[in-house]
Every structure is written in C-alpha cells, then in structure tokens.
Design a protein around this ligand. Structure first.
Ligand SMILES: N[C@@H](CC(=O)c1ccccc1NC=O)C(=O)O
Ligand SMILES: [Zn+2]
Ligand SMILES: [Zn+2]
Length: 205
C-alpha cells in the first residue's frame, strides 16, 4: 500500500492566520529531570496547518465538529491541479460530468510555509456550487482558506454553507500526482469545536 502524507508538519512557530493563536508545545514532565515520562502541553488555534472547518466556523446555525459524519473524510477522492487561477473558477470542472465525493485542489502552495502565505488562491462561490452539482461533498485546498485573506463577507465559506459541502484547508499537495486516490483525513475527536487540525493521507489505489 502506497500512502502519501498530505498533512503539514506542525512545528512551534508554524505561521497561522494573522492574529490567530500560535501553535506551541510546552514541555511538561521530562525523564531527564527525574520524571517517569516525557509529556507536553499543546496549545493551538483550531485552524492551524492542515485542518477541517466545521460548518459552525462560518454559520451560527451550522453543526459543530463532533456532529460531522466521519464518512465525509474517508473514501474516493480526486486531486486536481488548478495552479494559475485566483480565485478558482467553475470552468476548471468543464468536461467532467461526475466527480467523486471528495475533491482536493492543488493551487501551488509550497510544502512548507516559512511565513503566512498572504497571497493564496481562494475558491469562487460558482466553483463550489458547480462541484456540488457534480456530486462533491468535501473540498480540500492547499491554501489556508477558501476566501481571500481580507474578505469580510466570506463568500467562499458561504457557498459551502449554502450547498452543504464541507471544507479541508492547508493541505500539502506538492508530492502527489493529480489523479484518483482514497482519502483518509481524520479530525481530532474534540467536542463542540469549530474546527481542528487533522492528519490527512492519500492512499494509492
Ligand atoms: N478562514 C480561515 C480562518 C479565519 O478566517 C480566521 C482565523 C482566525 C482568526 C480570524 C480569522 N478570520 C478573520 O476574518 C479558516 O477558515 O481557517
Ligand atoms: Zn479553517
Ligand atoms: Zn475556512
């Protein structure tokens, strides 16, 4: 079985959305200091690195993470190369008459962010609606958001809310050839939250 890890490695100082809480791991117990084990204390925004958005992130009437069915995040998936578009338009789906339930978009983001990538490709609402018509239920992007950095209206997120599609952001897609795979993207089992970092892999079929 060939597995591609499409999650961003989280290291302290990982560049988050401007103003958002940083990712840190604070050392706690240390064997070297006489403790019986090594432990750490995690602190993070729910939108760090490769992560899922629960609908409640962008709509007060939306469900929270623990209500989102896990089936969404596991199963057949198409990786598309959409480099060169900003925002990603519906035309990239021209000629496709059906799609698997999961669609991942490589917009050209690098494998490692030294600083927050302020200039990234958002998704046009028309693209999201077109994907929904073609049978997609989950869209993942390698960009940190489906809306531009300065957006106040969050039209991209709103299109997901209107069409009932779900979001994965911050994927690392530099090492995979576009095509079909099985996606496994497991959110952390956190109650009542708006999102969470996730481990995402593609399995070659
Ligand atoms: N759209 C981004 C996050 C986002 O918008 C955000 C994250 C933390 C603090 C403020 C944010 N947006 C403010 O407009 C996301 O969904 O991950
Ligand atoms: Zn997010
Ligand atoms: Zn988002």
């Amino acid at each position: 079985m060939v597995i591609h890890d499409i999650s961003r490695l989280l290291t302290p100082g990982h560049p988050n959305w401007p103003g958002d809480a940083p990712f840190t791991v604070t050392p706690a117990a240390r064997i070297a200091q006489g403790d019986t084990v090594n432990t750490g204390v995690l602190s993070t925004s729910t939108h760090t690195g490769t992560h899922v958005d629960a609908p409640w992130h962008y709509a007060d009437a939306g469900i929270k993470l623990d209500e989102v069915p896990l089936e969404l995040y596991i199963g057949p998936c198409l990786v598309l190369d959409v480099r060169g578009y900003s925002p990603v338009p519906p035309e990239v789906l021209d000629g496709l008459d059906s799609l698997p339930e999961r669609l991942l978009l490589y917009t050209g983001q690098p494998a490692h962010w030294a600083t927050f990538p302020e200039d990234f490709a958002a998704l046009s609402p028309a693209f999201v609606h077109r994907a929904a018509e073609l049978g997609v239920r989950l869209i993942g992007t390698d960009a940190p958001s489906v809306d531009p950095l300065t957006s106040k209206t969050l039209d991209g997120h709103r299109a997901f809310w209107e069409s009932g599609l779900y979001i994965v952001e911050g994927l690392k897609l530099t090492d995979v050839t576009p095509g079909t795979y099985q996606l496994v993207c497991l959110p952390l089992p956190l109650a009542g939250v708006d999102g969470t970092p996730a481990r995402a892999v593609l399995i070659e079929q």
